[in-house]
Design a protein around this ligand. Structure first.
Ligand code: CMC
Length: 428
């Protein structure tokens, strides 16, 4: 068997042989296919990149049909069970799990960069109390770029690493301060004696106690949620980080772009929308009616469906189990019954079965976040905090990939042909 593809151009009768590598043909190999010498050459057309690999990547593997997700080869279930978020962040960025001393050094590095410049406090005051925290996250990532001007030295490995550490360390501080500002509560400085997720809980919920002791079940649950959200290969926000980063912009603005992409309700904003949807449905009895509306295209079942998974999202499976542990501490979330009924009906219904629509990561995560005391606006931020490590790993991989250049898609022009300018007074 030869790993090539023979293409016959019926417009000219000519045949071409193009190599097939890793189950792909190179779009540039199509360019030689022309009807005449002045022809630009054949392009591929793929709106929304439904069937186009934009890079080679060694970070995350997904088999959407089988419902498999692995970071650097390690199954997500094992990482969720046994690892910590900071260890996973190291794995994503460096390719291997850290040895004990490496992990200690990494944790030390992150915990000693959690503070924000005091300017961020005054800057926070410029926002209304109800400003969406995702909007603030996007803005503050851009602001950090103005503080760490050396971050533009993206090809200097030491500077690159320093700024990666700063971003992972400061994401929870930005998020927590945005939350405190919306409540009118004083900001809580990072407590470097706590774990990554423990410190985040402290910055969010500490009131007057001299030192905040996070509930260990909730602290671990948050850490597991961070692990589950850390990377997901070439999704919309990662593609944004890579695309902006490909212009050699610094990592802060590249991640501001990624966060903006994540904010949308079809991506990381879906967890917020799931809760709003459950509230609108209101009761278990109203579920069949809602499903009818979805099938009539009057509503969307948020937290369902995925571009890649055509099976149960493995992250949703872990989250569903995690929910039981969290609800033991917080008491049950009354919306759980509505969610379970939605899932039960949808998984049996021909509309969803035929389209292979299953619960995704966002379907159950919001129920946990809400039980832990987070307002819905914070949900996408809780997605963005851990995803920063994935974005940075992908951004860094892109910069080191000799095949990558500035991202610049082609188009099929559908507008007017040449026409001459007419002054306004002559336009009738
Ligand atoms: N509710 C109802 N119908 C749906 C849904 C849904 N949630 N998702 C897909 N469909 C239908 C869609 O209408 C289409 O039907 P038809 O072929 O008859 O027109 C078919 O299923 C295929 O959907 P698609 O829109 O072509 O699929 P896509 O790969 O372009 O979109 C998606 C994937 C995640 C944007 C979409 O499933 C969706 O909008 N889901 C709800 C939002 C959501 O939960 N997003 C979180 C995704 S997971 C975490 C993350 O990436 O952030």
């Amino acid at each position: 068997m030869t790993d090539t593809l023979t293409i016959t151009d019926n417009r000219t009768g000519k045949s071409y042989e193009v190599p097939v590598t890793d189950g792909t043909v190179r779009a540039m190999d199509l360019r030689q296919i022309k009807v005449n010498e002045s022809d630009f050459g054949l392009m591929s057309y793929d709106p929304a990149y439904k069937n186009t690999a934009s890079c080679r990547s060694a970070i995350t593997y997904i088999d959407g049909d089988k419902g498999i997700l692995r970071y650097r080869g390690y199954p997500i279930e094992q990482l969720a069970e046994q690892s910590t978020y900071l260890e996973v962040a190291y794995l994503l960025l460096k390719g291997e799990l850290p040895k004990r001393a490496e992990l200690d050094a990494w944790q030390y590095e992150i915990t000693t960069h959690t503070y924000l410049h005091e300017f961020f406090k005054t800057s926070m005051e410029g926002y209304r109390y109800d400003a969406h925290p995702m909007g603030r996250l996007v803005a503050f990532l851009g602001t950090l770029s103005t503080f760490y001007t050396d971050s533009k030295e993206i090809h200097d490995p030491i500077i690159r690493e320093q700024n990666i550490v700063r971003i992972i360390a400061k994401m929870p501080t930005i998020a927590a301060w945005a939350y405190r500002h919306s409540l009118g509560r004083p900001y809580v400085y990072p407590d470097n004696d706590l774990s990554y997720s423990g410190n985040f809980l402290s910055m969010l919920f500490k009131i007057a106690e001299p030192s905040y002791q996070p509930n260990p079940v909730l602290e671990r649950a948050l850490d597991v949620l961070f692990i589950l959200h850390a990377d997901h290969e070439q999704n919309c926000s990662t593609a944004a980080a890579r695309s902006v980063g490909s212009s050699q912009a610094d990592p802060y603005v590249s991640l501001a772009a990624a966060s903006a992409a994540l904010y949308g309700p079809l991506h990381g904003g879906a967890n917020e929308q799931v809760l709003r949807m459950l509230d609108r449905i209101g009761s278990k009895a109203a579920v069949p009616d809602f499903i009818k509306r979805v099938k009539n295209r009057e509503a969307k079942l948020m937290g369902f469906g995925h571009r890649v998974y055509k099976n149960y999202d493995p992250r949703a499976r872990v989250i569903k189990k995690l929910a039981d542990q969290v609800f033991e501490v917080t008491g049950p979330n009354p919306r759980l019954d509505i969610a379970l009924e939605l899932e039960r009906i949808a998984l049996e219904d021909e509309f969803f079965v035929q389209r292979k629509l299953y619960p995704n990561v966002d379907f159950y995560s919001g129920l946990i976040y809400e039980a832990m005391g987070f307002p819905v606006e914070m949900f996408p931020v809780l997605f963005a905090i851990p995803r920063a490590s994935g974005w940075l790993a992908q951004w860094s991989e892109m910069l080191d990939d000799k095949e990558q250049k500035i991202a610049r898609p082609r188009q099929i022009y559908t507008g007017s042909g040449h026409r001459d300018y007419v002054p306004s007074y002559e336009r009738g």
